[in-house]
Write a protein that binds this ligand. Structure first.
Ligand code: CU
Length: 175
């Protein structure tokens, strides 16, 4: 029979270490299983160009000129992205071409985090069929001071097979 009194101190320590190791392994396994569940449930629906029922991204424009601005000014341009399709339009990988340029999405008042060039996240959002999202691209030249005509981009990925990447350009003349 298992009897603690028969165990030496060394054996007890080994038992304690073994027990602790098992506990840590168990916690790791539980976390891994939960992570797996999360990524499965948030998977993006994929569509082919030949699908008649699918999302369709339409942007009102892909270019805005912010005009003249001082280095310490902050200016923003707005674009709209409409889902003209019949399935939810998933938007992800929102990013910009430079650390001084920021992009966020406003969908019916739900505002996303602000993303920039080096943003790494698994953030994604959806536009329901018929709905429109507002993309706000903000240029803050003081972060990387330059002079003259400046061109910056914001981009995002979609699950519309005809428009897998949307690119929006802003120009400004920094004085
Ligand atoms: Cu920059």
């Amino acid at each position: 029979m298992f009897n603690l009194k028969n165990l030496s101190g060394e054996k007890l320590i080994l038992f304690a270490i073994g027990g602790f190791t098992l506990l840590v392994l168990l916690v790791i396994v539980i976390f891994a299983v939960n992570e797996g569940k999360g990524s499965v449930s948030s998977q993006t629906a994929n569509f082919a160009k030949s699908d008649s029922d699918r999302p369709k991204a339409t942007a009102d424009s892909s270019f805005r000129d912010l005009g003249k601005m001082n280095v310490n000014d902050e200016k923003a341009a707005e674009f709209s992205i409409k889902n003209d399709g019949t399935k939810p339009l998933t938007l992800f990988k929102l990013s910009t071409s430079c650390d001084c340029t920021f992009a966020k999405l406003d969908i019916n008042g739900q505002i996303s985090p602000e993303f920039t060039m080096h943003s790494k996240s698994d953030w994604k959002t959806e536009i329901a069929p018929g709905d429109t999202a507002k993309l706000v691209v903000t240029y803050r030249p003081f972060i990387m001071p330059v002079k003259g005509i400046v061109s910056r981009q914001a981009s995002l990925s979609t699950n519309d097979p005809d428009n897998e990447t949307l690119i929006f350009t802003i120009n400004a003349t920094v004085e």
